[in-house]
Design a protein around this ligand. Structure first.
Ligand code: COA
Length: 700
């Protein structure tokens, strides 16, 4: 018997225990071990119940995703499940932590399921662009009904043990110790003489799984599923649950293979691994070198500061929010209360939880109160002198082993660090609004940032359940550099050449972006970019035209939604972006000043230019070693800037287009449009070698 799957007898109970760290992924060794264990148990006449449990923090995170691109070796999971279902004695799954994907499918092939109170159960395959392929689409409808199964697999979100019990997915929720509760459950089965209860033999309840119900379910997930195709495979699979089980699983198996082969699934799996890879930094091992973070001081109670305060309070840390004016502090407090009130309304937290979290955030008007924090985050206005002044004061009052971070989005962290006596402890923690929600945390490594400070910054990301990407220190780091020098810059040029803000936004939203560039600018404040550019131009230059429209809008006080006017106009209190003839006039005048001939521009050209510009600057960011991997860039754009996840991020998308074609189109625009389109030499090089960003990442 393999160590990965152990079998032992506890009186009449045969215990099969999976132990495949870190997440009990079901790979070939696990499947083979399970099959052996079931055979072993079948040969012991004294065994009256089989109990399947797991070691570690969770029951199982599902099928091993790293095996997905290889042909499945026997025994397949279906074979193992088949043997479990046909066992002569009842089989019970004891679920702790999480049962996801193949892990839950395995549990559903057992005759009974008990779960620890805090356990969560789900089929998240849709987030990887696939459908459950080991009986999940056939057994879940038999346990909870076709409609509830469709809803659950469509959302991909795990549900609580209690909800699972209410639906009929779990037979018993164990309040205390799970092994003890599971053993008791097994003993009761023996006492009551209850035998095997194969899920596959149940009939499917189809109430609500009709045209209207399906449409309603799809509507509920329409945002998450925009541009996606996996749901069509899923629908067919759930429909097949009406067939006899053996036919249904055959249909499921075929559909699962088809979904696995889609570009969408390849892209989503790429992002899955990229998100786990990006936290790994050469030479940095956690957690030995990092500090414990119990108390955090945040300086600046504006939108960012308040959001960061919530993020830490949610992670059960003590926060002191510092500002130099009572009014600013009061505004921050108000914003925090509003955010929690809305979280309560949406059922995300209870009043009690919100009260407890809010009580962790204390306000202060004195910078000196930062002195006993383990970490100080500066989140004041994006102004070099102001930030330097704050950092040097903090540095003078904070014991030298504590970490200082700046939440700058564009400024030099090296220069900020040099304004202190301890640049080694200064790093950039670039949060993205809304800071309590957005998953991305760009960590900026200044020239002086020590490995310990970087390790602590990575730990902060983990603490906040954020996805860290480490960037070297250069203007705009990874995300904003690509946005300003590539994506948004091109969007503005298209406006000068004849497209309207609405056309540009709609074309990019149809491509899959959560929100088009002009609507994003209006939402975040057009002046923010203008101020960043003023600072940029003190060090570097960019030839005209470079955000001339945005800068004129700032000058006119059209700062976006907050002033009711920006690239669009807004009705009082409204959020709907309405076209504004005044903006059209302004853009036409700016085009005329530059003798730019305005013309009809196709949506296809808009998308191609904006995305290629993004890719081209992305390649420069890689070549300049601002990002360590192409996949890090993909994570930045999918988790922080609304790039469609099912396209894998800009660099993965470039690979999918083929770098030869990408290089050719960039050269085409260079000839036509000049300066901003100089092809990144890195793309030319990879294209000449017939290579790709993915291959470059895996160069060893
Ligand atoms: N197959 C293979 N490896 C997996 C895996 C799976 N199904 N799930 C997680 N892993 C690996 C991760 O790649 C990571 O490996 P690394 O340490 O070499 O980078 C490691 O397990 C830990 O995962 P991580 O996500 O960093 O841990 P976490 O504690 O934050 O989250 C989970 C744990 C289970 C919630 C999360 O890993 C997850 O959602 N996994 C995927 C579940 C899924 O989609 N299953 C369906 C497949 S059928």
């Amino acid at each position: 018997m393999s160590k990965i799957v152990a079998f032992e007898e506890a009186g009449p109970i045969g215990v099969i225990r999976l132990d495949n760290p870190p997440v009990n992924a079901i790979n070939h060794a696990v499947r083979a071990g399970l099959a052996d264990a079931v055979t072993l148990a079948a040969n012991r006449p004294d065994i009256e119940v089989l109990l399947i449990t797991s070691a570690g923090n969770l029951f199982s995170a599902g099928a091993d995703v790293t095996e997905f691109d290889r042909p499945m070796q026997d025994p397949t999971q279906q074979m193992v499940e088949d043997r479990l279902e046909r066992a002569r004695v009842p089989v019970v799954a004891a679920i702790h932590g999480m049962a996801l994907g193949g892990g839950l499918e395995l549990a559903m092939a057992c005759h009974y399921r008990v779960a620890e109170r805090n356990a969560r159960l789900g089929l998240p395959e849709i987030t990887l662009g696939i459908i459950p392929g080991a009986g999940g689409t056939q057994r879940l409808p038999r346990l909870i009904g076709a409609r509830a199964a469709f809803d659950m697999i469509l959302s991909g979100a795990p549900i609580s043990a209690r909800d699972a019990q209410l639906l009929g997915l779990v037979d018993e929720v164990v309040e205390g110790n799970l092994p003890e509760g599971a053993f008791q459950f097994c003993r009761r089965l023996i006492e009551d003489g209850l035998g095997p209860r194969p899920t596959s033999e149940r009939t499917v309840q189809t109430h609500g799984f009709d045209e209207a119900g399906i449409a309603e379910a799809l509507r509920a997930q329409s945002r998450a599923l925009k541009g996606r195709t996996t749901q069509t495979f899923l629908l067919k699979a759930i429909e097949a649950a009406r067939l006899p089980f053996s036919e249904g699983v055959a249909v499921e198996s075929q559909l699962a293979q088809q979904s696995l082969a889609t570009p969408e699934s390849q892209a989503l799996r790429h992002v899955f691994f990229a998100e786990r890879e990006c936290g790994k930094v050469k030479g940095i091992t956690q957690p030995t070198e990092s500090r414990e973070i119990k108390r955090v001081a945040i300086i600046g109670a504006g939108t960012m500061g308040s959001g960061i305060a919530i993020a830490f309070a949610d992670a059960a840390r003590e926060v002191i929010l510092i500002d130099n004016a009572e009014a600013a502090l009061a505004r921050g407090r108000g914003a925090i209360q509003t955010i929690y009130a809305s979280a309560i309304k949406r059922g995300r937290v209870t009043q009690e939880m919100a009260d407890e979290r809010m009580s962790r955030i204390k306000g202060s008007l004195a910078l000196a109160d930062a002195a006993d924090a383990d970490l100080v985050i500066e989140a004041v206005f994006e102004d070099m002198d102001l930030k330097k002044q704050v950092l040097s004061t903090v540095d003078s009052i904070l014991p030298p082993e504590r970490l200082i971070a700046s939440n700058t989005s564009t400024l030099s962290v090296t220069e900020l660090g040099r304004s202190t006596a301890h640049p080694d402890r200064v790093s950039g923690l670039h949060f993205f609004a809304p800071a309590q929600v957005t998953k991305l945390l760009e960590i900026v490594r200044g020239a002086g940032t020590s490995p310990e400070a970087l390790a602590t910054a990575l730990k902060v990301a983990k603490l906040l359940k954020k996805i860290p990407v480490v960037a070297a220190d250069a203007f705009g780091f990874i995300g904003n550099r690509m946005m300003l020098d590539g994506y948004f810059r091109e969007a503005e040029l298209l406006l000068l050449e004849g497209a309207s803000p609405m056309q540009v936004d709609m074309a990019l939203e149809a491509f899959g972006f959560a929100m088009g560039p002009q609507r994003v600018s209006d939402l975040s404040g057009i002046d923010v970019g203008t101020k960043a550019r003023i600072q940029l131009f003190q060090r570097e230059s960019r030839p005209d035209p470079y955000f001339v429209i945005a800068d004129h809008l700032t000058e006119l006080g059209r700062l976006g939604q907050k002033t009711g006017r920006g690239f669009y106009r807004y009705e009082t209190g409204g959020r709907e972006a309405l076209p504004d003839p005044e903006v059209t006039k302004l853009i036409e005048a700016l085009s005329a000043e530059r003798a730019i001939r305005r013309r009809e521009i196709s949506d296809q050209e808009i998308v191609e230019r904006c995305i290629l510009a993004l890719i081209n600057v992305g390649a420069m960011v890689l070549d300049e070693a601002i990002a360590a991997r192409a996949s890090d860039i993909d994570v930045v754009w999918t988790s922080g800037y609304g790039f469609p996840r099912h396209l894998g991020g800009p660099m993965f998308y470039a690979d999918a287009l083929g770098l030869g074609r990408v290089a050719e189109r960039i050269r085409h625009y260079h000839e036509k449009l000049g300066y901003y389109w100089r092809p990144a030499p890195f793309i030319e090089r990879l294209a000449a070698e017939r290579s790709s960003f993915t291959q470059w990442d895996h160069r060893g």
